[in-house]
Structure formats: structure tokens, C-alpha cells
Design a protein around this ligand. Structure first.
Ligand code: SF4
Length: 482
């Protein structure tokens, strides 16, 4: 079962989030920290813009040669002693993973953070197969204890205050725990360490997969990726097929951009590179390594105008910069991916019919594009999705008539001038300081339930321009006037 389709419409979810004071408080604290740290970390780079250009060029090149990169990756992983599985969709991916675990009679699985496994609804599939799955990323563990889903790409529990986390931990350990963050972290560490030692298998995501060597790169702050990939006997890594990069030389630029854009760190605490299972003589590592490469709609995106969304390195910087995300948080988006990239990816992966409202959750201010380390043009894609939604929905007759009338009027100068003067006159009683707080005509008044409408100017631009031109003409000289 994939990530569930929300039953409540987006508008309602957003209103609920706006009214949640604790959420507003948690979002403000966490995202302000991310924004400041990101700016500081990028300012320390000698040529941040150059690095971002290089990052984008790598992603462009990779996606342009995705088929070759993936085939090379498959061969390299196999040559290292690993196994590669291709999953067309979430059903196939879950079937492969559950099958691998059942064959090995696994009962307990530790999971290192993976948005791809959220996307395929893996935890539900594991539960249905009576396999216990424990999230080991601190934020993921918090949301698992709360019975929720992640609300941010890199900080899954960003919506929780420390008081809420303490409540969850109290329930888990059966005693008061207080709100001291290091003490809370110690509790998580003690609980999760036991699970690592007892686990039959581990499931992780993949931040980057290097095609030339078959190396899987896991980036974590808690070291859970390293424990997951070295302690249990079986390691299953799940990646969206766009996570491949061609060579080792491409890694430093992307890693530098990822960590600085995500959390503002110069480098993440643990960067784990897994090249095959344990070899003879090695002290640790899994006996078996399986890589599940997930399509789930990505090859469809590859062929259309949203291809650029596959350049994403999942840093979450666009969400931290987005004024809409900062007010409503990730759960209001209803899908796995939130923020501006979620507003593009979720409708593409899970269908416009369920998530067609998301591209409208943007002021189109462009802050997401500015923040994106690989300069993905999110506003362009949000607009294209809006256009697609309008086309798919076919607007009501009155709307089509209105726009036809408008098009006709604006292409006939006399009608346009008359309309502009008439508009200014009619709007005058309702306008205050150049804005109308409410449109008086019922059919269009919904526009002003959430925003003001710019009032037509009392004197239209073309009339003022004509006047300026008249004034600018120098008076005829005496010679000319003779
Ligand atoms: S779209 Fe850009 S900013 Fe947003 S998560 Fe992806 S890489 Fe980061």
C-alpha cells in the first residue's frame, strides 16, 4: 500500500495547520535555525555559485544518461557481490522487500531514514507480514512513536516541540523523562541500540549511488545508517532510480551542497560508503547486500516537462525557504514529499486527481528556486502543473466566456480603452489605497476571500502615457513656428 491518499481536502488541512499554535511554534524554531545555518555554511564556500552550477551540471548529465548510469550501477553492485532488484511500482517494491525478509525468516528489521520507503508504504507492508520495523533515525523514530508520517524531507519531526517529544518518550519508557534534549537523545540511543543488536536485517535509503563503483552513499547525523549497514546480516537499500550519479568525482560537490543546504552543516556527522557486502577477512558489514531500484512513475516524469524535478537531491532547502511551508508544515501537503518540491512531485507521482491543489500552495515568489542547490526551476513547474490542472478540469462555462470576452476586449483598442475607463469608474467606490478588499460581483468575489484585488487605476496607463508624451514634446522653436 502506497502512502495513503488524504480524505480531507488540502484547503481544510492547511486551515487546521494554521490554527495549530504548537505547530507554528515548532516550525518557526526549527526552520529559522535551518535558514540561518544554511546561509552561514554557504557563505564559507569560496565560490558557492560555481559549486551550485557544477551540482546542477552533474544532475543534468546524470538524468540525460540515466539508462546508461543505471546499467553501469547494476553491473558494479553485482560485481561487488550485491544483488539488484528493479521495482516498477510500490507494490512490486514491497513484494520484493517482504519476500527477501520472509525467505530469511526475519522478524525484526531496523530502518535507516528513507523517503523512498515512505513513498512505497513499506512499514504497512511489513506490518501486514508480521515483521517488526523500527525506525532508527531520531526524527523518524519520533514520528513512528506518534503514529505519524514525516513532515519534512530531512527533519521528519520538525513539527514536534520538545514537550511533545518528551510525552512520547515517557509513554515508551514508562517514566517521566523531562524536556532536556541531550537527555531525550540518550533515551532514544539506549532504546535503539538494543534494536540494532537484535535485528535480523536492515533497510536503508540511499543518498547517492555511484555508478562506476557500485557504492551506496548514506548520509546520517546519528550514525544509524552506519550501524544499519554494518550490524545486521542482511542489508536492503532502497533508492529512487534518479539517485544514481556517474562517478566518485561527482560526489564531493553534491555532498557539499546537500549538507550545507539541508542543515547548514559543513559536513554531515556520518557519511557511510557501502561497496558490496562484507568480504572475507573484514570485521563487519552484512553478509548480503540487496539494492532495490524504484521507478514508481519516475520514468514517466523523465519524458515530460517536469524532468528537472529528478535533479532533486532531497535537501529540503526549498521547504525551509517557502512562505507557505513555513506556515502550514509538511502534513498539510498530504503526500510523502512536502514543500515546493512536494507540490511538484506528489501530484506527479500520486496523481493530479488527488493532489491537484498542491501546485497552488505557492506564492510563486521564487524563494525555493533561489534556495535550491541545483537550481531547480520549481516556480516554472508549479505554473505548468496549475495550467495542466485547469486544462484537465475544464473550467465552467461562465469562466470560459469571461476569459473569451476579456481576450476579445483586450485585442480591440477602442473596447479596451473604454473598458479600462469604465473599470476605473466602477471600482472607485470599492477601492482603498489602490486595492479592493472585496470584489462586488458574486461570480468573482471568491477571489477576494483570501487576497485583495488590485483596483483598476482611475486614469488608465495609456491615457497617462499619452499625456506624458505630449508634455515631453519640446515646444516648437521660433524658426519652426514661422
Ligand atoms: S528541489 Fe532543490 S531545494 Fe528542494 S529538496 Fe530538492 S534539491 Fe533541495
Amino acid at each position: 500500500m502506497s502512502h495513503p491518499i488524504p480524505l480531507v481536502p488540502f484547503e481544510e488541512r492547511a486551515h487546521k495547520a494554521l490554527a495549530d499554535e504548537r505547530l507554528q511554534q515548532a516550525l518557526k524554531v526549527a526552520t529559522t535555525k535551518f535558514i540561518v545555518h544554511r546561509q552561514e555554511a554557504l557563505s564559507l564556500l569560496p565560490d558557492a555559485d560555481g559549486l551550485r552550477q557544477r551540482g546542477r551540471a552533474i544532475r543534468e548529465r546524470t538524468i540525460a544518461h540515466l539508462d546508461e548510469c543505471l546499467i553501469q550501477l547494476e553491473s558494479a553492485v553485482q560485481a561487488n557481490g550485491g544483488h539488484v532488484h528493479w521495482a516498477q511500482d510500490e507494490v512490486e517494491a514491497c513484494r520484493i522487500i517482504v519476500g527477501l525478509l520472509q525467505e530469511r525468516q526475519a522478524r525484526l528489521v531496523v530502518k535507516s531514514k528513507s523517503m523512498a520507503t515512505e513513498e512505497i508504504g513499506l512499514n504497512h507492508a511489513l506490518q501486514a507480514a508480521a515483521i517488526e520495523a523500527v525506525e532508527t533515525d531520531l526524527g523518524e523514530w519520533i514520528v513512528q512513536l506518534a503514529g505519524e508520517t514525516p513532515s519534512h524531507i530531512v527533519a521528519p519531526a520538525v513539527h514536534k516541540t520538545k514537550e511533545q517529544v518528551a510525552e512520547l518518550f515517557e509513554k515508551q519508557v514508562g517514566r517521566p523523562v523531562g524536556t532536556d534534549i541531550p537527555a531525550l537523545t540518550k533515551i532514544a540511543r539506549a532504546q535503539l541500540r538494543e534494536k540494532f543488536l537484535a535485528a535480523d536485517a536492515a533497510i536503508s535509503g540511499v543518498n547517492f549511488a555511484i555508478a562506476e563503483t557500485g557504492t551506496l552513499v548514506l548520509v546520517t547525523n546519528e550514525g544509524n545508517g552506519r550501524l544499519a549497514s554494518s550490524l545486521p546480516r542482511t542489508h536492503i537499500a532502497v533508492m529512487g532510480l534518479e539517485k544514481v550519479i556517474p562517478t566518485w568525482d561527482d560526489l564531493p560537490a553534491l555532498l557539499t551542497l546537500l549538507t550545507r543546504s539541508a542543515t547548514g552543516q559543513i559536513i554531515t556527522s556520518y557519511v557511510t560508503c557501502v561497496t558490496g557486502p562484507r568480504r572475507p577477512g573484514e570485521a563487519d558489514g552484512p553478509e548480503e547486500l540487496h539494492l532495490v531500484i524504484l521507478d514508481n512513475g519516475r520514468t514517466r516524469i523523465l519524458e515530460n516537462e517536469y524532468r528537472e524535478s529528478l535533479y532533486c537531491i532531497r535537501c529540503g532547502a526549498c521547504a525551509n525557504a517557502c512562505p507557505v511551508y513555513l506556515k502550514i508544515g509538511g502534513h498539510a501537503y498530504g503526500g510523502v514529499y512536502s514543500g515546493p518540491i512536494g507540490a511538484v512531485l506528489t501530484p506527479l507521482l500520486q496523481g493530479m486527481e488527488h493532489f491537484g491543489a498542491l501546485p497552488h500552495a505557492s506564492s510563486l515568489c521564487g524563494a525555493c528556486k533561489d534556495a535550491c542547490p541545483v537550481r531547480i526551476d520549481l516556480p516554472r513547474m508549479l505554473l505548468a502543473l496549475r495550467a495542466q490542472e485547469v486544462e484537465d478540469k475544464r473550467p465552467p462555462v461562465w469562466e470560459r466566456l469571461l476569459f473569451r470576452l476579456y481576450a476579445w476586449g483586450t485585442s480591440h483598442p477602442v473596447i479596451y480603452r473604454l473598458g479600462a475607463r469604465l473599470g476605473g469608474l466602477l471600482a472607485w467606490p470599492f477601492a482603498r489605497n489602490g486595492w479592493m478588499g472585496r470584489l462586488p460581483v458574486p461570480i468573482v468575489s471568491r477571489w477576494t476571500t483570501k487576497r485583495d484585488f488590485p483596483a483598476p487605476a482611475a486614469r488608465p496607463f495609456h491615457a497617462r502615457w499619452a499625456e506624458i508624451e505630449r508634455e515631453a514634446v519640446p515646444p516648437p522653436s521660433k524658426d519652426e513656428s514661422r
